[in-house]
Design a protein around this ligand. Structure first.
Ligand code: FAD
Length: 462
């Protein structure tokens, strides 16, 4: 009897899952597995918030697969060893998976393909998590695009994203020994910091589709609302996309089908955000060290200040004395997610007002975000630092006071995450009045801005 082993990775869904569909289409037995691989060289270990998400997402996927007729087999170890063992155990004659694009992941997958071929097992990979393969739409010189707009324009001209595939109706296959998810230690214990995450999110495919439906009902106005952190203006689909609980093809087509001529601008703006995700992955594909190495090498000479640990800690814990920065950092601490505009402001504050190396911030976000994504996080931090592709110009230093006055005029977002500001006389500039319990400012905005401009200017003159 033939059997296909389906290896789930960043695609924890049954809808629009080409690797699963291919296995089902063979008409034979199917074994579904997930391997927690913390051993293969170069694969970045998940941050704490992502581990929380993964636990619940695997629980949800296991339930969904049970409904189709097969269990999810969990194993732990280097995929290069675990997967061939599992294939032997169930006498698989074929293995399928959906592609990943980091260098360490690609290297591991290529080695596995070879090792399966040598054993006479057919291993096939599929496109599932990006609408455009990073190598499909390149710049004239066969490299990553350096600027977003021509990249996205070229993608849209190249091909309309394919329509999503339906989930298999049922599957059958043997039951194999599986790890107990609870023994993987993905959840926090003491302290249990995840209450805010539990209150906010429903990891898993059903949660992803509920989030999408909710967003579609608010698609009208996205373009204008997306900048206001107190407004539910964006989709909050990022962690679901990160773990592949919904595919970008599904999101793209659902939005297109829902939109009409009155939402054309909203649709275009939303589509282009999905495009930034694709752009980031193309950058990572061609620049595998994007999370640690300046995309623009001239930044290697940048004179980062060695700010004090207390300034870094104040930023991490949302105690800088600047309401927008503190509200954003506390939002991330509480719910594992931060609004995009506030991500830009908090990153700019760390890099340009505290003059701390962008890599320090990238690592903190990696640990705290439920949507921590190897490409989008690294590309965005480099974008803010000015060291990245299509980067923000060096003189663009977000002023947190002007930003909150403009994008959170009544301070609703500020007060929600910094409750001690509820009694402040001036919520945007609490130092101008009485603000009981709110910390003093860690730096002066004007002085720190001038210091950053001097450093950036010196770099541009090198
Ligand atoms: P929506 O506005 O609803 O956008 C829809 C989808 O498009 C998002 O779910 C996301 O997948 C994608 N998207 C939107 N904006 C961007 C962007 N600028 N770059 C890449 N993809 C985008 N996004 C992550 O998914 N993971 C990260 O680790 C991450 N780190 C970031 C770090 C910094 C410093 C900054 C400035 C941005 C970062 N972003 C990251 C991008 C962006 O902030 C989030 O994707 C967005 O806030 C997610 O919210 P949403 O799903 O409601 O977005």
């Amino acid at each position: 009897m033939a059997l296909t082993l389906v290896w789930f990775r960043d695609d924890l869904r049954i809808s629009d899952n080409p690797a699963l569909v291919a296995a089902a289409d063979r008409g034979d037995d199917v074994v579904a597995c997930y391997v927690l691989d913390e051993e293969t060289d170069g694969i970045r270990p998940l941050g704490s918030a992502s581990k929380w998400w993964l636990h619940h997402s695997l629980e949800a996927l296991a339930g969904t697969l049970e409904g189709l007729g097969i269990p999810l087999v969990l194993r732990r170890g280097a995929a290069g060893e675990v997967l061939p063992q599992l294939a032997d155990e169930c006498s698989a004659d074929a293995v399928t998976w959906n592609r990943r694009y980091g260098l360490a992941e690609r290297t591991a997958d290529a080695a596995l393909k070879e090792s399966f071929a040598a054993r006479g097992v057919e291993a096939t990979s599929y496109q599932a998590n990006l609408m455009y393969e990073p190598w499909e739409v390149t710049s004239g010189s066969d490299e990553a695009y350096r600027v977003f707009t021509p990249f996205w324009r070229a993608c849209l001209a190249f091909r309309t994203p394919r329509t999503p595939l339906p989930a298999p109706a049922s599957l059958r296959g043997p039951h194999l020994a599986s790890d107990d998810l609870d023994t993987w230690g993905l959840l926090p214990t003491a302290p249990d910091w995840a209450q805010g995450l539990r209150d906010t999110w429903t990891p898993g495919e059903a949660g992803a589709h509920a989030r999408l439906d909710d967003f579609l009902s608010r698609l009208r106005g996205y373009k204008d609302n997306r900048d206001f952190p107190a407004v539910r203006g964006t989709s909050m689909l990022s962690p679901h996309l990160r773990f592949g609980e919904i595919s970008p093809f599904e999101v793209w087509h659902a939005a297109q089908d829902h939109g009409d001529s009155s939402t054309a601008d909203d649709l275009r703006a939303f589509g282009s955000e999905l495009g930034w995700r694709e752009f980031s992955w193309q950058l990572l594909y061609f620049n595998p060290e994007l999370a640690t190495v300046n995309y623009r090498p001239e930044f290697n000479a940048f004179a980062w200040e060695s700010s004090t640990q207390s300034e870094l800690k104040a930023w991490q814990r949302g105690r800088t004395g600047y309401p927008l920065i503190d509200a954003g950092m506390r939002q991330m601490w509480e719910i594992g997610w931060m609004h995009n505009r506030v991500r830009m402001a908090t990153a700019s504050f760390l890099i340009k007002n505290l003059m701390i190396d962008w890599r320090v911030g990238e690592r903190w976000f990696w640990d705290c975000l439920v949507d921590a994504d190897a490409a989008s996080n690294a590309a965005s931090w480099q974008w803010v630092a000015g060291s990245g592709a299509d980067a923000s110009p060096y003189f663009r230093i977000f002023n947190p006071v002007l930003q909150s006055k403009k994008f959170d005029p009544d301070g609703a977002f500020l007060v929600r995450f910094v409750p001690e500001l509820a009694d402040a006389e001036n919520v945007h500039e609490p130092w101008k009045g009485v603000a009981p319990g709110y910390p003093d400012r860690v730096v002066d905005l004007k002085e720190s801005r001038e210091r950053a401009l001097r450093a950036y200017k010196a770099l541009s003159e090198c």
